[in-house]
Write a protein that binds this ligand. Structure first.
Ligand code: HEC
Ligand code: HEC
Length: 349
């Protein structure tokens, strides 16, 4: 059995940026993201079309340390390409969004498809999310006026803003839209698993295929929450990874006791690169994560009904890990288009 993602409900609208009005950032060069043929179209907001010029500007902004008050940190410091745009090895980032440094920076694999952002799902668009780290006192801690002035006085940015937006004016709207547009290009669907699933030449191992069957079968039952082309149901669950949660998760938005410890089901794409795991980075390895599922969790009262002892054998656990490893997309983490433009490019000889 292979998977046909087209049969899965997506319920998202594709609005391509095909206008030519530079003033609203829709011109001059339409540049749709490169999407695997078995993926649904990337949802693009009508008021932020994708152009080559905006991509270039957004990419530079994403990696620019001018964003932090002391010019030490960029978005790319916590969201590193080599780690699937997660924070390489750090449980909680130095600086953080929202909740006083208790959270693990998620990868940005296919973030364009996510209807809810942040672990508890409190933000509904990439455009709105960009502002969070900028004004957060423990993250960039910069006043937006200072940021806009820094960029306006930079030797490079005014020309980039003009190309992308039709004038040199640096505004917060243009900044947030340009960074969001860049994030929407971070599409990953070229792992060995994907190639196998599309019947293209691949190196997927027998163990990984067995892990796939377990993952999508009733034994390990992972797919009920991590289903679909992006391995998430875009919903919120308590997977009982601790007996008590310091971070109340979804409860912070709803104040419902039953939402304590519920977090957004994360994508599992490039998961081998994004350790440590869970909202607080409390699990170091995939093995540790799977053993928690196999045990049926740690007995939290809000544990999802699917959290029950699974009876996986050692071989099952190992094959599931092989399957998760096969979701690593090396072309994504090595794509020069997504790399830090401030770093000198290796010449290769
Ligand atoms: C100091 C580290 C740090 C910096 C700098 C940072 N982030 Fe994050 N990012 C995080 C953490 C931690 C989270 C999870 C926060 C949460 O869920 O409350 C996160 C979450 C996100 C998410 C939500 C992803 C999801 O799956 O829900 C996006 C998108 C994002 N960051 C983009 C950015 C952008 C764009 C910038 C630059 C403007 C940026 N980040 C700067 C650490 C950082
Ligand atoms: C009841 C829904 C549910 C089921 C079933 C489920 N997961 Fe999860 N998974 C989640 C949620 C929610 C999180 C995040 C929890 C948190 O951060 O506290 C998560 C986190 C993870 C993570 C860490 C991701 C990261 O970015 O930190 C991995 C790996 C994972 N699950 C793998 C699996 C595997 C393998 C299975 C099957 C054995 C499985 N999950 C079954 C809901 C589920």
């Amino acid at each position: 059995m292979k998977l046909n993602w087209f049969l899965l409900p997506v319920g998202m609208l594709f609005l391509a940026g095909c206008g030519v009005d530079v003033e609203d950032g829709s011109g001059p060069t339409p540049h749709p993201p490169d999407v695997p043929r078995d993926f649904p179209a990337v949802p693009i907001p009508a008021d932020n079309p994708m152009t080559r010029e905006k991509f270039e500007l957004g990419r530079r902004l994403f990696y620019d340390r001018k964003f932090s008050a002391d010019q030490s940190v960029s978005c790319g410091s916590c969201h590193q390409q080599a780690n699937g745009f997660a924070d390489g090895g750090n449980a909680v980032s130095k600086g953080f969004h929202g909740l006083t440094g208790k959270r693990n920076a998620p990868g940005l694999s296919n973030v364009a498809y996510q209807p809810f952002l942040l672990w508890e799902g409190g933000v509904e668009s990439l455009e709105k999310q960009v502002l969070a780290p900028i004004v957060n006192p423990v993250e960039f801690n910069i006043h937006t006026d200072t940021l806009m002035m820094r960029l306006a006085m930079d030797p490079v940015y005014p020309a980039l803003f003009e190309k992308a937006w039709g004038s040199k004016d640096v505004t917060m709207e243009r900044i947030t839209k340009s960074i969001s547009a860049f994030e929407r290009y971070l599409i990953t669907g070229n792992s060995e698993f994907d190639k196998w699933n599309r019947s293209e030449p691949n190196t997927l191992s027998t163990e990984a295929k067995r892990g796939f069957d377990l993952f999508f079968g009733e034994t390990a039952d992972c797919f009920h929450c991590h289903g679909g082309f992006n391995f998430t149901d875009q919903n919120f669950h308590n997977n009982s990874n601790a007996p008590v949660y310091e971070d109340a998760g979804r409860y912070l938005l709803t104040s419902r006791d039953s939402d304590i410890g519920k977090f957004k089901t994360p994508t599992l794409r490039n998961i081998a690169l994004t350790a440590p795991y869970m909202h607080n980075g409390s699990y170091q390895t995939l093995e540790e994560v799977i053993r928690n599922y196999n045990a049926g969790g740690k007995g939290h009262p809000n544990a999802d009904i699917l959290m029950r002892p699974l009876g996986l054998s050692e071989r099952d656990i190992s094959d599931l890990i092989q399957f998760l490893n096969s979701l690593t997309d090396t072309s994504f983490i090595r794509n020069p288009e997504f790399s830090d433009p401030f770093k000198p490019v290796a010449t290769g000889n």
